[in-house]
Design a protein around this ligand. Structure first.
Ligand code: ZN
Length: 428
C-alpha cells in the first residue's frame, strides 16, 4: 500500500500484492499534478483548482489555468473528485475494537498484547484508507506502550497507517478506573494509576520518556459500577500533571464528563476536554475564556446506546443521547471550539467519519463546519502546523472523495484517493 506517485501506473499490475512491501526507491523527488473537480483547502471549496505535489510536500495550489504541469511532472486526472487535506482523527484507540465484539473488560484482561497489536495494525490501515492521515490516539487501555511501537512501525513504512500522536497509558487516580473484579484480586488496569506529588511527577515523566506526545488524564470517572462519575484527582494533582507535561512540551487532554471534572481540568490548563457529556453553560463559558476545546465524541455515545439496545430507527433517543445533544448545543452557544474525534475503537476503525456525519445529521452543524473541523481546526488545536490545509510547503497528505462534501457530508465515505507524505496508499 506504499509507493511513490511515479509508480502509479506500474502498480495497477500488482493490485493484488501487499503493496506496502514496495518501498520508494526514488533519488529525485517526483512531481505530480493532481487535477480533481474541486479543491477544499481546509477553509473553502475551489472548483477548478489543481494541486502540485513535489516529493512529500505540496508545491503549489491554484486555478488550473494558472498552474500548468511543469516539465517532467506526472498528471493524475481525478474527475468528479474533491481533493481535501488528509483528515485528522481527534480521538481514537487503535488498541481497542468495538465493544459489541468484546467488552472493554475482556479486551483489557483476556486479550494478549500480541493479539491486540496485530489487530491494531489492521485498524491503522483501515483508518488511513478511510482518509484519516493523522490520528490522535488517546490511550492504549491496558496495552502499555504498544502505541509507541505502532507509531514507529508506521513511520518506518513497515505497516500502512496514519501519522500518530500517542498518549501511551493515560493517567488515572488509584482505584478510580477498571477493570474491577473481586476486591481480593488486583488486576491490570486500563491506565496507569498515579497519586500525590511524587507519584504524579514520576508517572508523567515516565510516559513522556517512553514516547507520549500528549498526556491524557481521567479527571472524573465512576468509582463503582452503576454510579455517576465524580472527580478523581485533586485540583493540585491536575495542576501538577499539566505543569510537568507542559515543561516537557506536551499538552494535556482530559477525559471529563461532569461539570466539576471539566471545570477542574480547565482550571488546570488542559487543552481539550474529551466527551463533556454533562457540560453546563457555566463550564463552557469557562472553557471558552481559557481557550479549551471540546472533543464531544458523539459517535461513541451513539454506538454505546445502540449496543445497549437502542433501536434508533423507531425509538426515541435515550437520556444519555439527549444529554449529549444539550451539552454540544451549549458548547456551540458559548463559542467553545470543537475538536473532531469520535472515540474510534468503541466502534469500528475506518468508520471514523461517523462523528462528522452525526454532527451534521443530529447536532445541527453544517458540512463546511465539520470539514474545517476535521482538517484545519484539528491541525491548529493539536499544534500540527505542517498539515490540515492545502498550502504550499505543507505535507502532501491529501484525500480525494467522490462528490462535494461541502454540500453532502456523506461524500466523505466515498474515498477514492489517499496520499500521505506524497505516497499513494489508495488511488482511483
Ligand atoms: Zn476514548
Amino acid at each position: 500500500m506504499r509507493f511513490p506517485l511515479r509508480f502509479a501506473c506500474f502498480l495497477l499490475a500488482f493490485a493484488l500484492l501487499p503493496l506496502y512491501f514496495l518501498q520508494a526507491q526514488t533519488t529525485a523527488p517526483s512531481i505530480t499534478l493532481l487535477r480533481p473537480a474541486a479543491v477544499f483547502d481546509g477553509q473553502d471549496l475551489h472548483p477548478g483548482w489543481v494541486v502540485l505535489v513535489e516529493g512529500e510536500r505540496i508545491k503549489a495550489v491554484g486555478p488550473a489555468d494558472k498552474l500548468p504541469a511543469p516539465a517532467g511532472a506526472t498528471t493524475l486526472e481525478l474527475p468528479g473528485l474533491t481533493l481535501l487535506p488528509g483528515m485528522i482523527e481527534g480521538h481514537s484507540h487503535l488498541l481497542l475494537h468495538p465493544y459489541n465484539e468484546a467488552q472493554w473488560n475482556d479486551q483489557v484482561l483476556l486479550e494478549s498484547q500480541a493479539l491486540r497489536v496485530a489487530r491494531a495494525t489492521a485498524h491503522a490501515q483501515a483508518t488511513l484508507l478511510a482518509g484519516f492521515t493523522t490520528a490522535r490516539d488517546l490511550g492504549t487501555e491496558g496495552a502499555g506502550y504498544a502505541d509507541v511501537g505502532l507509531k514507529q512501525a508506521i513511520n518506518q513504512g513497515i505497516i500502512p497507517g496514519p501519522r500518530l500522536l500517542v498518549a501511551t497509558r493515560a493517567l488515572v487516580a488509584t482505584g478510580s478506573y477498571g477493570p474491577k473484579l473481586s476486591v481480593d484480586v488486583d488486576v491490570p488496569q486500563g491506565a496507569q494509576e498515579a497519586d500525590g506529588h511524587d507519584g504524579i511527577i514520576r508517572a508523567v515523566r515516565e510516559q513522556i520518556g517512553k514516547g507520549a506526545d500528549v498526556v491524557k488524564v481521567y479527571a472524573d470517572y465512576r468509582w463503582g459500577a452503576n454510579e455517576p462519575s465524580r472527580p478523581t484527582f485533586t485540583q493540585d494533582e491536575l495542576n501538577l500533571i499539566v505543569k510537568t507535561a507542559n515543561a516537557a512540551g506536551r499538552p494535556v487532554v482530559a477525559h471529563a464528563g461532569t461539570p466539576e471534572g471539566m471545570r477542574m481540568a480547565t482550571l488546570a490548563g488542559v487543552e481539550t476536554i474529551e466527551h463533556g457529556d454533562g457540560g453546563t453553560p457555566e463550564v463552557f463559558q469557562l472553557m471558552k475564556q481559557r481557550g479549551v476545546a471540546l472533543c464531544p465524541t458523539v459517535a461513541a455515545t451513539d454506538a454505546i446506546a445502540r449496543y445497549r439496545g437502542w433501536r434508533k430507527a423507531d425509538e426515541p433517543a435515550p437520556e444519555r443521547i439527549r444529554q449529549k445533544r444539550q451539552s454540544v448545543q451549549a458548547a456551540i452557544k458559548a463559542g467553545v471550539p470543537l475538536a473532531m474525534g469520535g472515540d474510534a475503537g468503541v466502534f469500528a476503525h475506518g468508520e471514523n467519519v461517523r462523528e462528522l456525519e452525526l454532527l451534521v445529521q443530529e447536532y445541527g452543524l453544517t458540512p463546511l463546519q465539520v470539514l474545517r473541523g476535521v482538517t484545519s481546526d484539528n491541525a491548529r488545536l493539536f499544534h500540527l502546523a505542517d498539515r490540515g490545509s492545502i498550502r504550499p510547503g505543507l505535507l502532501a497528505d491529501l484525500v480525494g472523495v467522490a462528490g462535494d462534501p461541502t454540500q453532502d457530508v456523506r461524500a466523505l465515505r466515498q474515498v477514492r484517493l489517499v496520499l500521505k507524505g506524497g505516497v499513494l496508499y489508495r488511488q482511483p
